[in-house]
Design a protein around this ligand. Structure first.
Ligand code: SF4
Ligand code: F3S
Ligand code: FES
Length: 247
């Protein structure tokens, strides 16, 4: 008779770097929580369980729980990742969680990526600049080649989670670096036939150390992008195009 082997449920030790910058007496510290692992448990579920049963003051962000909103980025054992897409079974029984660096800390694991992303978007003007001042809204949209639409869609998959920025040493050193997320936006709008900006205008936006020339090809962005965007390829492509245009 065959015997069914069931794995023993593990006790997970989750250490969280905690700090509330708006509380004058708060100091950064690691706090350890223990929970029983369940089948298919994600870090989202684990953190919720901790908040519900052990510490209601624990701060972290979630909206979609499906890898779509980008709200749950955090350092998981030192690497940026999405907590809602991380299964505890893929981690050791001791896990350390910390907030993403670079972004303004709200408290514990919650950071304000929106403020950073908005600053980058305003600086790079990450919206379509139409060819006409007042486009005729009643006119039919021009047809876009499916292959081009596909290319744009691929770059549009960014969920602005901030993992690429948190993984990048340049972004940690230079406040004005637009990061792989910003350079990916330029690659996206440069392809868009509805955008009136010329290549020269795009290159003007990113042609210095806060743009493509700040990138040291460290590849942390691409290695840690949960949407698997080919970020370093996009950056290298833009840089090459700019050098050709300048020669
Ligand atoms: Fe997140 Fe990837 Fe977008 Fe960076 S490029 S913000 S890692 S989805
Ligand atoms: Fe940073 Fe990615 Fe360049 S990690 S240095 S933006 S290749
Ligand atoms: Fe939306 Fe994780 S909760 S990406």
């Amino acid at each position: 008779m065959s015997e069914t082997v069931t794995a023993c449920p593990r006790t997970l030790e989750i250490s969280v770097l905690r700090h509330n910058p708006s509380d004058p007496v708060s100091t950064p510290r690691l706090e350890r929580f223990e929970i029983e692992e369940a089948d298919g448990m994600t870090l989202f579920i684990a953190l919720n369980e901790i908040r519900e049963n052990q510490d209601p003051t624990l701060q972290f962000d979630f909206v979609c729980r499906a890898g779509i909103c980008g709200a749950c980025g955090m350092l998981i054992d030192g690497r940026p990742g999405l907590a809602c897409r991380t299964l505890t079974r893929d981690l050791g029984s001791r896990v350390t969680l910390a907030p993403l660096p670079v972004f303004r800390l709200i408290g514990d694991l919650s950071v304000d990526t929106g403020e950073w992303m908005q600053g980058m978007a305003e600086r790079l003007e990450t919206w379509v600049h139409p060819r006409e001042q007042e486009p005729d809204l009643g006119a039919l949209e021009e047809r876009m080649e499916p292959a081009l639409a596909e290319q744009i869609y691929e770059l549009e998959r960014c969920i602005e989670c901030g993992c690429c920025v948190a993984a990048c040493a340049t972004a940690r050193m230079r406040e004005d670096f637009v990061g792989a997320a910003g350079l990916n936006k330029i690659a996206r709008f440069r392809l868009d036939p509805r955008d009136a900006r010329s290549d020269a205008q795009f290159y003007e936006l990113i042609g210095d150390e806060s743009g493509v020339f700040g990138c040291m090809t460290l590849l942390g962005c691409e290695d840690n992008c949960p949407k698997n965007l080919t970020l370093s390829t996009q950056i290298a492509f833009l840089r090459r195009k700019m050098l050709i245009a300048a020669s």
